[in-house]
Each structure stands twice: as structure tokens, then as C-alpha cells.
Design a binder for this molecule. Structure first.
Ligand code: SF4
Length: 456
């Protein structure tokens, strides 16, 4: 009997990373401390640009599916010491980084960055510009929650130089919105999109989530129709990661309400067919963009990259991340800040840095990261180009990875030739599983508590 995609999903649905970093965050460790991070910051890297990230953890209310590091509060006073800590952290990092290096990308995420008042949005951006030089035409983007948003917030973003916005839409069905405690009407979304277009933001992204409670392929088709009519520049469709052992509030979601594997497959198929019909190109794991979008061009030119913010065209940039829980990245190190507000602010008060943990990459980590990234971004891997870049014999270096990929090739997910590896159409759904074959840490972790959400 022929194997169906559903059979394959059943077979390959295992806990696995999304590979926004390698090594992945569970392998960051507290042995990496402040001195290591200061050393990483001071490394000369004249050819690497900067990408700045600022985390604003505050939200007005809790969405039950939330996987972010956030604090739901109505006490705006909490932002005061936090903004002061951000200023000190930026000053500390800027003093150690070559001032000739410009930032080509800046992103605010959360939490809800637009929890900040319009005046504080302006103040935070002015603060950032005091410490870092933003390149002309830098990509400056902000995540925006349409609820509690006023036109004045968007005006403050625009005046501060933001040229991209990303709105959390998730699902427009009232039953789903009720089940996840996130109510937002179509009129509200239409309004914030109109404002954004009037104010001249160059790129508008909408985020959707599949796998939410009460979601059905039929109801989600209405959401997709609505999204197609709103015509954003990009659409990101994330798979809901149900990890209640890590995110306790996800217990507020009834597991019986979650779509099963076959419904999740139908949801994914609905996303792919409706968005492709609306003219979007599917980029790897979770992003869709117009054919003329720079992400699509980068994928074609094999210069697409993946980091904590998802797919990006800024491959050779160091990420300097500020705020609680944020993750910074240089060519050979990752560093994560303290996650709780109190510890973050206390540590910044002491030394100007709040390093909780991190990792210094070995050469093997860098080689494997490149292999995983090429698979996730290019959906292919050219062995001789890889050998030229890393001076390794691909077949020998990845002997065990290639052996691990053999069953996936037998199942039609990848084609392995003598000089290259290619992800098939069916294999696109299994990118995480394919990446896992190159991951040296997973073998050592076999039998431990699950650290990741399921791949399907
Ligand atoms: S608004 Fe975003 S960060 Fe805040 S609770 Fe909802 S999903 Fe989480």
C-alpha cells in the first residue's frame, strides 16, 4: 500500500528543534559567562554588520498559546526601570563594539513592543541611536499587537524610522480566539492595516498560527481568505508548539480541542494552496512572500539565512540583543540574557550586562550549523561548494548524517546524489527532521525529557 503524507507525519512526528540556532538553546550553558561575552563582543569583525534586537516583554493580557518570554501586566510603571536597564545595557555593549560597524537591521519583539506609549517608543529609538549607528536604508521592523493599538503608536514608530511592521493575526475564527484568549475583530485588523499603509510602512507582515484549539481546516480557510484580501507583503505561518511542561499557562488549553495530526495536515495544505493561489511563494519552513520579495531572491541566490527571528537576508551580521531573555549571536558565540525581569534588571544594575548562559561554537558546531542552515534555507546542499567553504571531505565528515538520512531518502523526503542532496516536495514538511540528521547533540540527549515541540 502506498505511503501517504499522513503516514509519514505519524512516523516522523518526534520532538525536534526549529533550528533558529545551532547548537540549539537547550545546549547553552552557565559556564559561558560575562567575561566570555565581553571577549566575543570585542572580537574585530570589520566585515560583519550589526543586527540589533530589543525585547519588550510586557503584554496587556495573556494569550494561552504564548511561547514567548513575557509579563502580562496593567502596571505601566514596570516599564520605567526596564527602559533604564535597556539604556545601560546598550551603553555597555556599544562601548565594546567597534563604532565603525553599522546596524543594517533592527527589530523590536516581545512581548508587545507597542505596549510602550508613543513617547516611550520615540525615547527608546532615540536611545538606540545614541549608542549605535543605523545604516542608511536599514531594515527597521517591529512586532505589533493590533489590540490596544492607536494610530499614534504607529506614527511614533514611523517617525522613529521603522519601515516594517508585523501584526499578530493568528486566527480570525471567534471560537478559536475565545479558546486562546485573544479576541480581535476583522475590522480592527483592517483599521491597523489601513493606518500602516497611510503612514508609508514599506513592508507589512501578518503572523498566523496553525494547530490552535478549535481550529478546523474549514474555519481556517476563512482566515486565509481574509488574509489574501488584506494582501500583506509577507505571511508567516507558525505551527503552534504545545509544550505545557515548559509553558505552564498552556495548560489553559484543553488538549481535546487541539487538532489531530490529520487535521493539522489539512490545515497546512489549506495554507499552502490558498497562499500560493494568492501569489505567495513558500520559503522553507514557515514564511510566505511575494515573488519579488528579497527573501525569495535570497533563497534563489542561496544567501538566505536563519536566526532567532526566522528567515533573514542578513547572513553575515552579529546580533546584539537587549532585554530580558534576549539572545545575541556573533560568528562563534551565542549568549542569552537573564529571563526574569528582576534578575535582568538587578544584573544590569550591577555590571551593565545580564549574561545567564551561552555557548562558544567549536569548528564542528559551525560546520554543522552551516549544513543545517543550507538545508533549511536552500532546501538543498551542494557537497563540493560545502567542501570548498570548510575544507572537509563531505562524505567522510558527514558519514553518520548521510546514514541517518538514508531512511528519509527511502521515504522520498530527500534525494541524495553523489554530489548533492535535495529536499523533495514531500520533504519540505520534514525540514526539521532532515536537519536533525546533522545535529550532533541529539544523539547524546536520547532518552532525556523532551526539550522541543513535535516536528509535526
Ligand atoms: S501578545 Fe504575544 S507575547 Fe503577549 S501573550 Fe500574546 S502571544 Fe504572548
Amino acid at each position: 500500500m502506498a505511503t501517504t503524507t499522513l503516514d509519514l507525519l505519524r512516523k516522523y512526528s518526534v520532538p525536534g528543534p526549529r533550528y533558529t540556532s545551532y547548537p540549539t538553546a537547550p545546549y547553552f550553558h552557565s559556564g559561558f559567562g560575562e567575561a566570555d561575552w565581553i571577549d566575543a563582543l570585542a572580537q574585530p569583525a570589520p566585515d560583519r554588520g550589526l543586527s540589533l534586537y530589543t525585547h519588550i516583554p510586557f503584554c496587556d493580557s495573556l494569550c494561552y498559546y504564548c511561547g514567548c518570554n513575557m509579563v502580562a501586566t496593567r502596571d505601566y510603571g514596570k516599564t520605567r526601570p526596564y527602559l533604564a536597564a535597556l539604556e545601560r545595557e546598550m551603553a555597555t555593549a556599544a562601548a565594546r563594539v567597534d563604532p565603525a560597524r553599522a546596524a543594517h537591521q533592527l527589530h523590536w519583539g516581545g512581548g508587545t513592543p507597542t505596549y510602550l506609549s508613543p513617547d516611550d517608543i520615540r525615547a527608546l529609538m532615540a536611545m538606540t541611536r545614541r549608542h549605535f549607528r543605523l545604516a542608511d536604508h536599514a531594515e527597521i521592523s517591529c512586532e505589533v499587537d493590533p489590540r490596544e493599538l492607536s494610530r499614534a503608536h504607529l506614527e511614533a514608530l514611523r517617525e522613529s524610522g521603522f519601515n516594517r511592521v508585523s501584526f499578530g493575526v493568528q486566527d480570525m475564527d471567534p471560537a478559536v480566539q475565545q479558546a486562546v484568549n485573544r479576541i480581535q475583530s476583522a475590522d480592527l485588523i483592517r483599521q491597523v492595516l489601513d493606518w500602516s499603509r497611510e503612514l508609508g510602512f514599506e513592508s507589512i507582515n501578518l503572523d498566523l498560527i496553525v494547530g490552535l484549539p478549535k481550529q478546523t481546516p474549514e474555519s481556517f480557510r476563512h482566515t486565509l481568505d481574509q488574509v489574501a484580501a488584506w494582501a500583506p507583503d509577507r505571511v508567516a505561518v507558525f505551527a503552534y508548539a504545545h509544550v505545557p511542561w515548559m509553558k505552564k499557562h498552556q495548560r489553559l488549553i484543553r488538549e481535546a480541542d487541539l487538532p489531530d495530526l490529520s487535521a493539522k495536515l489539512a490545515l497546512q495544505e489549506a495554507v499552502e494552496s490558498r497562499l500560493s493561489e494568492a501569489g505567495y511563494v513558500n520559503i522553507g519552513l514557515d514564511h510566505f512572500a511575494r515573488p519579488e520579495d528579497e527573501l525569495v531572491r535570497a533563497q534563489r541566490n542561496k544567501t538566505l539565512w536563519r536566526n532567532f527571528q526566522g528567515y533573514t537576508t542578513h547572513k553575515d551580521s552579529d546580533i546584539l540583543a537587549f532585554g530580558a531573555s534576549s539572545i545575541s549571536q556573533t560568528a562563534d558565540a551565542y549568549m542569552q540574557n537573564e529571563k526574569t525581569l528582576k534578575r535582568y534588571q538587578d544584573r544590569i544594575g550591577d555590571t551593565g550586562l545580564a549574561v545567564e548562559r551561552g555557548v562558544r561554537l567549536t569548528r564542528d558546531d559551525q560546520i554543522r550549523r552551516d549544513a543545517i542552515t543550507r538545508v533549511m534555507c536552500d532546501l538543498a546542499l551542494d557537497f563540493s561548494a560545502f567542501e570548498a567553504a570548510w575544507s572537509v571531505d563531505f562524505a567522510r565528515y558527514f558519514e553518520s548524517a548521510l546514514a541517518g538520512l538514508r531512511p528519509l531518502a527511502d521515504d522520498g523526503l530527500v534525494e541524495i546524489g553523489t554530489g548533492s542532496l535535495k529536499v523533495t516536495e514531500t520533504g519540505r514538511r520534514f525540514l526539521r527532521n532532515i536537519g536533525m540528521c546533522f545535529d550532533a547533540y541529539l544523539k547524546d540527549a536520547a532518552g532525556e525529557q523532551p526539550r522541543y515541540s513535535k516536528t509535526a
